[in-house]
Design a protein around this ligand. Structure first.
Ligand code: FES
Length: 158
């Protein structure tokens, strides 16, 4: 987990927490789209942990709750966007890419981070096994913000 991701986490007392349902139900569903405070969120359950992030992919707005999860060779769990296959870190919101090898020799095998592109939200399981989410209160923009509003955006041409 990057320090930038930790900054995404809201302070526990200052946020509005929204009840999503029982941990058992959400874990068996594995992924779910929810609207929290007017923002569409995708909630995932993977290997015993819950994750919440903006529902629309930072690249072009793909519906991430329809994406599969895979692990990079280092074990980092990633969502695969169903539209163009971008990898997004499930715990961090980092966009990952595999650099092209322009020398023509063996392809590169490693994955690199583009930085945090997807806004992450806080999710917690309470002692009564209920799951709650709070929207990120991070002030710095994330690329996924442009697709997060339900209000239609006007096209701007320059
Ligand atoms: Fe997600 Fe393009 S919209 S990879």
């Amino acid at each position: 987990m990057t320090s930038e991701h930790q900054a995404d986490q809201p302070s526990h007392d200052s946020q509005t927490w929204h009840h999503l349902g029982s941990a058992t139900e959400l874990a068996s569903a594995r992924k779910k789209r929810v609207c929290v405070g007017g923002r569409d969120i995708a909630v995932f359950h993977h290997k015993g942990q819950f994750y919440a992030l903006d529902w629309r992919c930072y690249h072009a707005g793909g519906p991430l709750h329809q994406g599969d999860i895979e692990e990079l060779p280092d074990g980092t769990a990633c969502l695969i966007c169903p539209w163009h296959g971008y990898r997004i870190g499930l715990a961090s919101g980092e966009g990952f890419y595999r650099p092209a090898n322009l020398t023509g020799s063996a392809p590169t095998s490693g994955w690199c981070s583009k930085g945090v592109r997807q806004r992450m939200h806080h999710v917690e399981v309470r002692p009564d096994e209920s799951v709650h989410v709070a929207l990120s209160d991070l002030k710095s923009p994330r690329e996924s913000d442009r697709y997060a509003s339900r209000k239609p955006k006007k096209a701007t041409f320059k």
